[in-house]
Design a protein around this ligand. Structure first.
Ligand SMILES: [Zn+2]
Length: 458
């Protein structure tokens, strides 16, 4: 008799780590043009690993930007088809001096593996490949049909993905999408993310005189663009944390009493959270808890502001122009295009006379919300509990994975967000790490997930 899945995974651990580390050594930073070749190298590495695992039709598919890696296994005629999404690209690594070891020279310290991408998102991607390898080696088959789509531009805006998804919609037909790019709740508690916020990103440009002018000679008669911009920004949000743009909240789906109760029941220590952030107080929209404000309510924040004299000492001018970048995190069912229009109209309305104020959109992504009682979500809950030994909590993440909404709108598929990185993984920051126990158990969890999906009534 052949080895069981568990015996196989125990016996192959060393080789698996070698492979994971090799993947992490490729600096596939999608945002930086000088790493374009590294992204291709990572894509090819991944396609080869998928083939080696026994998956078929592995392909480095062109998108116009960083390629998508596709592979499938479609020999379970009576079982559902799952589309797996992850990304092989990583965030830039600066500030480099804050890393305790070089970001692309992964090291294992105790149970921790340290490297850029260890958690976000190469850990999940690699775990999926290893789960398929273990199932195909020990059983000769997967319990479900699986199509893998591993993106290379997630960390730089997924610019080409929607077009690629639409062009390949037929080939990508499936019953459900599993996105593995999220993590567990505080205290490394298994979690399923059911909500993700969307994004509206804009820039405000305020222009006065063609060039800077003398503040003595012209102060009091021309509008100062920096003052004007400050006035505009101050009017965007009230002291109660409410955003004042007319119509901003129109399409926000209110939290139900049951949802509020579920969020309130999450094991969350507000004071510890505040202390970890090092701030004197937590702030936000009146009438909502910290977790509600952080995951289930929309926001508006200035991300950057500049204009005028910023050197040492003093220079007496009225600056010619001022600028700000502003982003809104959106919740279901706010539409980024409509929110931008409302934002633009309001800024133009409140802009003081004497300056020219323009607003342009820099980016956007739709929010998403998965029903907690969807059979695939419940299958994921069973897979997590069976492998990690604890029932998952359901959480709403403050961040955005725009592709989540794309799978819904372009392919019409339900999405389950199933990842296992620990909450304090330092994703996007120096010293990113993953708990290798999460990674190892995560492989078993994915294998179990396919078994759980295979037995769902169709
Ligand atoms: Zn990610």
């Amino acid at each position: 008799m052949g080895a069981t899945l568990e015996e196989h995974l125990v016996a192959t651990r060393k080789g698996r780590y070698d492979s994971y580390l090799a993947f992490l050594r490729i600096p596939s930073i999608s945002a930086l043009p000088q790493h374009a070749e590294d992204c291709r190298r990572a894509a090819q590495w991944l396609a080869d690993a998928l083939t080696e695992a026994g998956l078929e039709h592995a392909e480095v598919a062109e998108t116009g930007g960083r390629p998508v890696v596709y592979a499938d296994w479609l020999h379970a005629p009576d079982a559902p088809t799952v589309l797996v999404y992850g990304h092989y690209d990583v965030q830039p690594v600066d500030p480099l001096e804050l890393w305790t070891s070089p970001p692309f020279e992964p090291i294992i310290v105790g149970d921790r593996l340290l490297a850029r991408g260890a958690a976000d998102d190469k850990g999940h991607v690699h775990a999926h490949v290893m789960a398929a390898e273990a199932l195909l080696t020990t059983r000769g088959a997967l319990p479900v049909n699986v199509k893998y789509v591993f993106e290379g531009e997630e960390e730089s805006g997924s610019e080409n993905l929607d077009r690629w998804l639409a062009a390949n919609a037929k080939r990508l037909a499936a019953d459900v999408v599993i996105i593995s790019d999220t993590g567990f709740f505080e205290g490394n508690r298994p979690a399923i993310t059911i909500g993700l916020r969307g994004l509206m990103y804009a820039q405000i440009d305020v222009v006065g005189t063609p060039v800077d002018v003398h503040s003595g000679g012209y102060g009091g008669v021309v509008e100062n663009p920096v003052n004007a911009l400050a006035q505009i920004i101050a009017a965007l949000k009230g002291p109660d944390g409410r955003i004042r743009i007319p119509g901003f909240y129109d399409n926000v789906v209110a939290l139900t009493e049951a949802e509020r109760a579920a969020i309130a029941a999450l094991p969350f220590d507000e004071e510890a959270f505040r202390q970890r952030l090092g701030v004197p107080a937590l702030v936000g929209e009146v009438g909502y808890s910290v977790l509600e404000r952080k995951g289930a309510r929309p926001t508006l924040d200035v991300n950057g502001i500049w204009g005028g004299f910023m050197g040492e000492g003093s220079k007496t001018i009225i600056p010619a122009h001022a600028h700000a970048k502003v982003s809104c995190r959106l919740v279901t069912a706010q539409d980024p295009a409509r929110i931008f229009e409302a934002f633009r109209a309001y800024v133009e309305e409140i802009a003081p006379p004497g300056v020219t104020t323009t607003v342009r959109q820099l980016g956007g992504g739709r929010p998403s919300l998965t029903p907690q009682d969807h059979p695939a979500t419940q299958a994921a809950a069973r897979a997590l509990e069976a492998t990690f030994g604890q029932a998952p909590v359901y959480i709403r993440e403050g961040g955005s994975i725009p592709v989540c909404a794309s799978f819904d709108s372009i392919l019409g598929l339900p999405v389950v967000l199933l990842g296992f990185s620990q909450p304090d993984e330092h994703a996007h920051a120096p010293n990113e790490w993953i708990d290798l126990n999460n990674y190892e158990t995560g492989i078993r969890m994915f294998a179990r997930m396919w078994d759980e999906l295979a037995v769902l009534p169709r």
